[in-house]
Design a protein. Structure first.
Length: 80
């Protein structure tokens, strides 16, 4: 389910970029993604579940890099 959710989001962003390009004539060549992973005390056992996602992202990041080469290359995780 998580993989499908991520791919769906990527495809949506790319379709929006294409629509913008057709409307303005300017090609979007980079994307900025903001993932708010803060718990804020709303979810029980949040940290172990969040850390359990790391292997998924590590395993699938190379696939996303090949299929969507225009995507994010640098990631900052900030807890502010």
């Amino acid at each position: 389910a998580l993989l499908l959710h991520l791919v769906s989001g990527i495809e949506y962003q790319l379709s929006e970029a294409k629509a913008r390009m057709l409307k303005t004539g300017e090609c979007v060549t980079s994307f900025i993604e903001i993932q708010d992973v803060g718990n804020y005390g709303l979810v029980d056992s949040w940290l172990p579940r969040a850390l359990a996602c790391v292997p998924f992202y590590k395993a699938n990041a190379p696939i996303f890099d090949k299929v969507y080469p225009e995507r994010v290359r640098i990631c900052f995780i900030i807890r502010a």
